[in-house]
Design a protein around this ligand. Structure first.
Ligand SMILES: Cc1cc2nc3c(=O)[nH]c(=O)nc-3n(C[C@H](O)[C@H](O)[C@H](O)COP(=O)(O)O)c2cc1C
Length: 409
């Protein structure tokens, strides 16, 4: 369906070539000072035509606020946001009357609905993500203002070009060598933890690839240009960190925090993989090294290492939350591909239209804003539970082991 969230509820609408795309956001707290510019910043980071590494489709993606905000303040009523589609070229897609585009959603949408948008990717198009990004930008503003929560995503790989091992997410670190040597699988790199703790969007945006390591970013640029020149495409990964999230968010068992993140991230077009914390690397590191021992931090319990990625038992523990998403090589390529028409007749299809040779630079703000929507929803849920519980008389009858020592009577 096109709605995400329970208490911060986002519904997106619009197809790639219709009049407009956008979102209705229900459940935004009233009284938040919010300007169109707060939303526009992330839409502009997502928009096409930003550099020679992205599609040349020229959309300004200016947001028009339809409802829910007056005199720059949210009313607590549904916020309607609209962005016009201005640079559609449906004629670029006439071959697709005959051919379902390989690895696009033309065939599956027709199989499912029996009818589909006449051109472009319809709802499966990345144009749909405008609504999410706009909604998530609102969540980001609230989270930063009230909790100091910071969300920063960056490109961690393009094709086979990865961040250097010291600053790479755990499962990007090559693990060849002595397969019996547990010492080789040592602690989570301090440089990577430092990167997570300090990276800013300004640093990420310094390079059009949105990779924060300049040498690697240059090599990634060359890789994307090589794909483009060969009328081909290439995939990559985006890593994201969420800082200053309070402990206690996440709704076990089916709505564990990482399950909500995975759901949100894997709903972004072109995603093929998700891992949180140590991810697949966690299968290689022995428990004696992988366990995150507790230590006292600022009068609270924290963890010495953070293989868990800030989540244990599906509940946030107050440490940095980090995760990584794999984006496939975009399906639209200009070189001719042998495939079949809807009726099964073999043939060849060469895409016209404009397309991204690699989606990860533009995916960065989409990942950040989807993360913000998840955190916002989970925060509102936990806050409502806490408020309901706080209205009850204190319990004095439980054995002390059943309550936090600090809360024991
Ligand atoms: C920011 C962004 C831009 C995208 N641009 C393109 C593109 O130019 N060409 C393309 O084939 N796919 C592009 N995609 C991916 C397609 O929308 C997607 O692969 C397709 O609709 C099929 O859906 P699926 O990959 O989720 O199965 C983009 C995705 C994102 C997140």
């Amino acid at each position: 369906m096109s709605t995400y969230g329970s208490l911060f509820r986002v519904t997106t609408y619009g197809e790639s070539h219709c009049a407009s795309v956008g979102a209705i956001i229900d459940g935004c707290p009233p009284g938040l000072v919010l300007s169109p510019q707060d939303i526009q910043v992330q839409l502009s980071r997502r928009r096409p035509g930003q550099s020679n590494l992205t599609t040349p489709r020229d959309e300004k993606d200016l947001v028009h606020v339809q409802s829910g905000i007056e005199h720059g303040v949210t009313l607590g009523t549904p916020i309607g946001l609209l962005v016009k589609n201005e640079d559609q070229r449906p004629k670029d897609y006439t071959e697709t009357d005959l051919y379902p585009r390989p690895s696009h959603a033309d065939y599956t949408y027709l199989e499912k609905y029996g009818v589909k948008a006449s051109s472009g990717g319809g709802r499966s198009s990345a144009r749909e993500t405008i609504g999410r990004v706009a909604a998530g930008a609102i969540a980001e503003k609230y989270l930063k203002l009230v909790y100091g929560i910071e969300i920063v995503a960056f490109v961690s790989s393009v094709g086979k070009i990865h961040l250097p091992a010291a600053v790479a997410p755990p499962s990007l670190i090559p693990t060849e060598g002595n397969e019996d040597d547990d010492e080789a699988q040592d602690a989570l790199s301090p440089e990577f933890r430092q990167l997570l703790a300090t990276i800013t969007r300004e640093e990420v945006d310094k390079h059009p690839t949105r990779c924060p390591h300049p040498d690697t970013a240059e090599r990634m640029t060359k890789r994307i240009i090589r794909a483009k020149d060969a009328m081909d495409s290439i995939g990559g990964t985006v890593t994201c960190v969420i800082r200053n999230v309070p402990s206690g968010l996440g709704e076990p068992v089916f709505d564990k925090f990482e399950a909500k993140l995975a759901h949100a991230m894997l709903s972004i077009p072109a995603t093929k993989a998700f891992e949180v914390g140590s991810g697949f690397r966690g299968t290689e590191v022995p428990g004696s090294k992988h366990n995150d021992a507790f230590v006292e931090k600022d009068g609270k319990l924290g963890t010495k290492t953070n293989w868990s990625g800030g989540i244990q038992g599906g509940i946030t523990n107050g440490e940095d939350i980090y995760f990584r998403i794999g984006f496939k090589s975009p399906a639209t390529i200009s070189q001719s591909q042998e495939t079949a028409q809807y009726d099964g007749t073999p043939g060849a299809l060469a895409a016209r239209g404009r397309h991204d040779p690699c989606v990860v630079p533009r995916a960065v703000p989409i990942v950040e804003t989807m993360a913000a929507i998840v955190v916002m929803d989970q925060l509102l849920i936990q806050n409502s539970r806490r408020t309901a519980a706080s209205l009850l008389p204190p319990i004095t009858t439980l054995p002390p082991t059943m309550v936090m020592p600090s809360k024991a009577q």
